[in-house]
Design a protein around this ligand. Structure first.
Ligand code: DLL
Length: 436
């Protein structure tokens, strides 16, 4: 078992003492070993960890951004000589240089510990057989979960993504009980399982460890129904190590943060001022133990909330609400702030339409407009104008009441929208394209 009871149920005061001790050490470590931090901390007058008297003094430490890491590409943020680095990962980064993560042996050990912790708290057991359907490669998801699950003693199948027929064959033939994937890929696999023609009892799936992108409760219901498993959520970032930063326990009421290794804060995304406990804002995280590439006050751009109430499961580590989106995902349409997750919540589960959707943003006469494309569940509906119009109105009105915004709703044929094997890309932004 990998329940670290003494740590995971620690009294808050003791936990905060531990965090403060580690934070002071980390400030010294960064100041002394990373020129970028030497300069930044020096300019802020924090030339030693002793300057940090209480945890709230962390506010005086300057934040670190993705651009800081990119500006120091590839190894400028390293705190150790390259010969101590045993693994390199990188974030996919759709634009510009990727952000690189370097791991020492100790970092890899710690990483598999925190992933094992997340998996066990979600309900993974030694006798589970896990199929890892994350893309293997520079992405931290696959190898992160791989080593964490092996540490528990689970059987691990490094299936990677693609070839859904083979994925389903392995589910059945190997008696797979656990699935690791992005929620979007799990949704697609669920669709394939349903269409595979095998009865559901040919599949032994019982637990999903999903993460790397958001998933609304409505989408989660769909995934659970189609794969007949219990879906849990886990969270992490390449810049902080990868998966293992936080994850849901079996009660699924927030993602427990590995607070003995990471110090989370919520700040106002515009002023960067720390916000009081319970407020919604941008998550900023400091690594407390990372050796190769530690970061101080890393701005995740994820919008969430922290709940410090102990959980009914007995764990005391703070629970992070599922992020509602990233600050850079937020669309501003006719002055209204819209997160794609709000649209997903409104659409998924509506009768007559499937869970796949696409958002198309355009700019017309200096004004942004939003088209929402949703799939019909049955091609038969295409034959009745009355049914289609009725459904289109229903979707339109629901979106209007949730978002307070006019959208153009387009109903498309079943299975015509793109399916995703990694993180979904549901927003098509045409604002910089010439007007149609
Ligand atoms: O996605 C690490 C990971 C892999 C986490 C596998 C969980 C499972 P990056 O590719 O660097 O790392 O992307 C990090 O993905 O800032 C969030 O915006 C988003 N993200 C990750 N997990 C979740 C989640 C990995 N559970 C970025 N819910 C983060 C919502 C998530 N968003």
């Amino acid at each position: 078992m990998f329940f670290q009871k003494d740590i995971e149920t620690m009294k808050r005061e003791e936990l905060e003492d531990l965090q403060l001790k580690k934070l002071r050490k980390m400030v010294d470590y960064c100041y002394n070993n990373i020129p970028f931090y030497h300069q930044k901390l020096g300019a802020a007058g924090i030339t030693s960890g002793d300057k940090i008297k209480t945890l709230s003094d962390i506010r005086y430490i300057p934040v670190t951004t993705k651009d800081d890491i990119r500006d120091n590409y590839p190894f400028g943020m390293l705190a150790v000589p390259m010969k101590k680095v045993v693994r390199i990962h990188a974030s996919s980064g759709t634009t510009g240089k990727p952000t690189v993560g370097c791991y020492t042996k100790a970092d890899l050990e710690l990483w598999s510990d925190i992933v094992a912790r997340v998996a066990v708290s979600a309900g993974a057991r030694e006798d589970d057989i896990f199929q890892i359907a994350f893309g293997y490669g520079l992405f931290t998801g696959a190898l992160g979960l791989h080593y964490g699950l092996e540490k528990i003693g689970c059987t691990v199948i490094p299936a990677s993504t693609g070839n859904t027929v083979k994925q389903m064959m392995m589910f059945r033939d190997f008696g797979v009980t656990g699935l690791v994937a992005t929620p979007s890929y799990a949704l697609y696999l669920g669709e394939c399982v349903r269409d595979s023609g095998y009865p559901m009892d040919a599949y032994k799936l019982r637990l999903g460890l999903f993460g790397s992108e958001g998933c609304t409760p409505e989408m989660r219901d769909q995934i659970e129904r189609s794969l007949c498993l219990k879906a849990t959520d886990n969270y992490g970032l390449t810049e902080l190590t990868g998966p293992g930063v936080s994850g849901e326990c079996e009660l699924r009421c927030g993602l427990h943060f590995a607070e003995d290794h990471f110090l989370p804060e919520i700040v106002d995304k515009d002023t960067l001022e720390p916000l009081p406990a319970g407020s919604t804002g941008e998550l900023v995280v400091t690594t407390l133990d990372r050796e190769g590439m530690p970061v101080l006050r890393y701005r995740t751009k994820d919008i969430t909330r922290l709940n410090y109430e102990p959980c009914a499961c007995g764990r005391t580590h703070v629970r992070m609400e599922k992020p509602m989106g990233r600050t850079d995902d937020m669309l501003i349409i006719k002055g209204v702030n819209v997160f794609p997750s709000q649209i997903e919540s409104a659409l998924v589960g509506m009768e007559g339409i499937g869970p796949h959707y696409q958002l198309v943003v355009r700019r017309k006469n200096y004004m942004d407009t939003l088209e929402v494309k949703v799939e019909l569940v049955s091609a038969d509906m295409l034959e009745s104008y009355g049914i289609l119009e009725g459904l289109r109105h229903d979707v339109h009105d629901k979106l209007k009441s949730v978002l307070g915004l006019e959208t153009k709703v387009t109903l498309v044929e079943p299975k015509s929208l793109e399916r995703f094997q990694g993180k979904a890309r549901r927003v098509l932004d045409l604002r910089n394209q010439p007007e149609e």
